[in-house]
Design a protein. Structure first.
Length: 147
């Protein structure tokens, strides 16, 4: 004999679930209701893709903020040290100018009393009543600008 139940839910009551088979039974029930497994895998892959995109966005945002902070610090350091470097170059230029002037003065001062000493030595060596008509320098002359 064939029995047809025209009132759904009025049939036999199912027993309570056991504690050990809770998760596997519910997953089996979900997979049994899915008609197209490719649709389920497509939905799962889209969800994973959205999760990965969100994770990448968060990590890139954190990295960008740290790089922006480093850039701001570098720009501040650059502007602060630019004035120091400009002052250093100006001081070096002044030092070089003074050093050049001192070297010129030294070159002039080194040759200042040479001829008077030479004439004194020549007058001691030459016998009395001797007249010199010319004295010439045989070593090369060093100009103050070249020193």
């Amino acid at each position: 004999m064939i029995e047809i139940n025209l009132l759904p839910g009025s049939g036999k009551k199912s027993r309570g679930r056991s504690a050990g088979a809770g998760i596997s039974e519910s997953l089996a029930r979900v997979f049994s209701t899915v008609k197209d497994p490719y649709l389920l895998s497509a939905v799962a892959s889209v969800a994973v893709a959205f999760g990965l995109v969100a994770l990448l966005w968060v990590t890139q945002s954190a990295r960008e903020s740290s790089l922006v902070e480093k850039e701001q610090k570098a720009v501040q350091d650059s502007t602060r040290y630019a004035t120091v470097v400009a002052e250093k170059r100006k001081a070096e230029a002044q030092r070089d100018s003074v050093l050049r002037q001192v070297n010129i003065i030294k070159a002039i001062d080194d040759d200042r009393f040479v001829w008077s000493h030479i004439m004194d030595e020549v007058s001691r060596v030459v016998p009395a009543y001797t007249w010199l008509t010319a004295i010439a320098q045989t070593s090369p002359v060093i100009s103050p600008a070249a020193a």
